[in-house]
Design a protein around this ligand. Structure first.
Ligand SMILES: Nc1nc2c(ncn2[C@@H]2O[C@H](COP(=O)(O)OP(=O)(O)OP(=O)(O)O)[C@@H](O)[C@H]2O)c(=O)[nH]1
Length: 365
């Protein structure tokens, strides 16, 4: 259990982007952020990616171990890199009250460093929430297995882990979607989940969900789901609710098994009591009568739409599980970081880091 947290003048939220995917998400958040209440921290073993990530503070983890060349898709290297940089990570962790982290599971840095960062945060009594992508099936069984092992480790330490399987990008956006557009879309979802959390925690609500309510819900073990729905008119609430509860890009969980739920309604102006009741009743009907349901309402004039619903359910069981790993073909086992050399082209950041890293090293380097 968490100790009660004294909320001072302002809550300090640390948004951590860990590994290549996490850093891409930070770039998207940085470009669109409205307030500096949330501090953005990039964490990577890859120096070049870090230099191209927009954040308030950056930590190159494992500089001695990897020389800034990434973790080579080896989570053990990601873990050791984070352990080498424990003091710098602790400085960042201790500068915030709550950690919201974005990462991509399946590579070395995010998969290896994330559970360790979550563990450090829990030791410091800080609530820590992860939003993590799972790799495309086409990336191979080796990466799926690495991701699944990392996810299990992450769940042991983080308060809540929300997963976005990349495969669902294809199902939702279609086979023809450009890979970069698909990632942009996914990063936008990661961004919107994190932004809604920041809004809920930072704005003083009419009915307020504070950090201790939040910590209570986050303390319910099991799978977590977090969804956002938006609308301009009150009679569009059923659709917005459906969007929040059934975002096809977020791994679905069985709401009826969930033991804790936060329903947060943000509105630009006001909301009728009838609509508020409709929203909270609909959510209550989906969960067990014993579940702890906390509802909040905040007025946020800067919202892009008139209403925004945020639903966080924890302690649930997953509806969808990543296929277990059998035998990884040896050809899929990737090179060690020391054996890899990075290309230097200046337009390289048009290519997601994990694809860049699979490209053969340029000859002569
Ligand atoms: N949705 C989304 N997924 C990404 C993105 N970048 C990478 N991924 C996914 O995340 C997984 C891990 O890739 P990275 O984040 O680049 O890897 P890393 O954690 O930095 O690890 P190393 O490169 O081995 O040091 C990949 O297998 C992809 O499935 C992105 O921008 N968006």
């Amino acid at each position: 259990m968490f100790q009660l947290i004294e909320q001072q003048d302002g809550l300090s939220i640390g948004v951590f982007g860990i590994g290549g995917c996490g850093c891409n998400t930070l770039n998207s958040i940085y470009e669109q952020r409205e307030s500096k209440q949330a501090k953005l921290f990039s964490v990577n073993t890859d120096k070049v990616v870090l230099e191209h990530t927009q954040s308030d503070d950056a930590v190159l983890i494992g500089a001695e171990l990897t020389h800034g060349y990434g973790a080579g898709a080896d989570p053990e290297v990601g873990l050791q890199a984070a352990q080498e940089s424990k003091d710098q990570l602790l400085t960042l962790i201790n500068s915030c009250d709550i950690l919201l982290c974005a990462t991509g599971l399946g590579g070395g840095t995010g998969t290896g460093a994330s559970p360790y960062i979550a563990e450090l945060a829990r030791e410091q009594n800080k609530p820590v929430i992860f939003v993590a992508t799972l790799p495309f099936s086409s990336e191979g069984q080796f990466r799926s297995h690495v991701a699944q092992t990392g996810l299990n480790a992450l769940k042991e330490h983080a308060n809540a882990v929300i997963t976005l399987p990349n495969d669902q990008l294809i199902q939702v956006l279609g086979d023809d979607v450009d890979l970069f557009d698909a990632f942009k879309h996914s990063n936008q979802i990661l961004h919107s989940l994190i932004k809604s959390l920041i809004d809920m925690l930072c704005y003083q609500g009419l009915i307020n969900v504070d950090l201790n309510d939040f910590a209570k819900i986050m303390d319910c073990k099991g799978d977590a789901v977090l969804g956002v729905g938006k609308c301009d008119l009150e009679d569009e609430f059923p659709n917005a609710l459906d969007d929040a509860l059934n975002n096809p890009l977020v791994n679905q969980v069985d709401m009826s098994s969930s033991s804790g739920v936060i329903v947060q309604v943000n509105c630009k102006d006001e909301i009728s009591l009838g609509s508020y009741n409709l929203i909270t009743d609909t959510v209550r009907q989906q969960v067990s009568p014993n579940a702890l349901v906390i509802c909040g309402v905040s007025k946020i004039e800067s919202l892009a739409t008139n209403y925004e619903l945020l639903i966080i359910a924890t302690g649930a069981s997953a509806k969808m599980i990543v296929e277990p790993f059998n035998n990884a073909p040896s050809s899929e086992v990737e090179q060690s970081p020391a054996a890899r050399v990075k290309p230097q082209a200046s337009d390289i950041f048009d290519i997601p880091a994990f694809i860049r890293n699979q490209a053969p090293a340029p000859s002569g380097k």
